[in-house]
Design a protein around this ligand. Sequence first.
Ligand code: SF4
Length: 422
Amino acid sequence: MIVVAFEMHRLARSRVCEAAHDTLALMSHTHAEPLHPLAGPLHPLGLTRVQFVEAAQARGTKAATARDEYKALFRQGIVPAWCEVADYPVTATLVEGETSKFVLRHEDGLETESVLIPMPRASGTTTTLCVSSQVGCAMGCGFCETAQMGLLKNLRADQIVHQWWAATHRVQRASSAGEPSASARVIKNIVFMGMGEPTDNIDAVIQSVRVLVDHDGAMIPASNISISTVGNPEGIEKIGALVSEVGFHRLNLALSLNAPNDAIRSSIMPVNKAWPMARLKSALAAFPRFSQSAFCVEYVLIPGVNDSDEHCDEVCAFLRDIRCSFNVIPYNPRRNSPWPAPDEASIERFIARALANGQFTKRRGTKGRQVMAACGQLGNEKIRHRKVLGDDGNYAPLVKVRVPMRNSNETSEHNPLRTNDS
Ligand code: SF4
């Protein structure tokens, strides 16, 4: 078995382990050893209605009352008197057109970034919320702003759901009277495409999905939720297990591919050395399918890296036996990017060639690029230290990790945060 010894993860995880324990314990409550929901601090936004009612009953609240409280918490933003929701201040809101990025500061000073994106439809404009699953990220994709931060912490399930809750009940309520602003819309879709690699924090991500779909809470249909991954096969397997459950069959999986072959992918996505493209294809082939829906395969189009006609033909050949929607994302330059954004002509040429190859292809609209809110641009410049939090809560120097070489037991020293300009 290939083992990726991400020493950096170990350090960061040990730091967040204590904080994550409560929610993880509650998550396992429904599947493993019974564990009372009152064990440890209560984070109501990380609970399904069933878990919330159980916790409330243990405090002497009647089940019917608790159910009403749960609805009020999620639908009206009213926090029951007997529990607390962390008061994460919105420390920044950056707006470009109708796209807005908002920043929530946690008690430890670290911040989540989330983006509200308008989606024009035939029936009217809806809103998609892009959420973060981690603060920073350990995957080290060379084109991504978040990678520049390194992994600072995993978010708990309630901290992921809090982004939806804050967007719904705080960010979009602009007037002093607390009424929704004129442009406020119900959030129809949630995409796990913000900071972090969801499969690197998969248990909290799965619990947050369980909460978001709860019929007494946020009530986001599973079909309106997408989890995007660089392709950790074990993480894909866990998402597949969730998709196999009744009520989650139509949850969407997106694969961040970004390259036509292993050589190019490894050069911009270090994780490809551990999880090469053939392995990803096997993981997708084993993924349970309950509908005709297609995987979304994302391809960040980077000038001079993966945008030639030959690259297009090669990636289309790779995708030929995968039922997928090929989603071309014009590169949104990160800070100090070694690459510019692609020009219109090259984007159109690439998409036309993919279509000519018979590949169902869509272009992802570019929104929020000027305020660093577009795809791949989330991250706090001030904490681009390339350091991780150590056991003592202080920043520890970045450590090298050992990534197995493809098709061998050999390993190589590799810094996943190293990018082309570093
Ligand atoms: S693209 Fe995604 S997985 Fe890669 S570094 Fe950025 S946040 Fe992490």
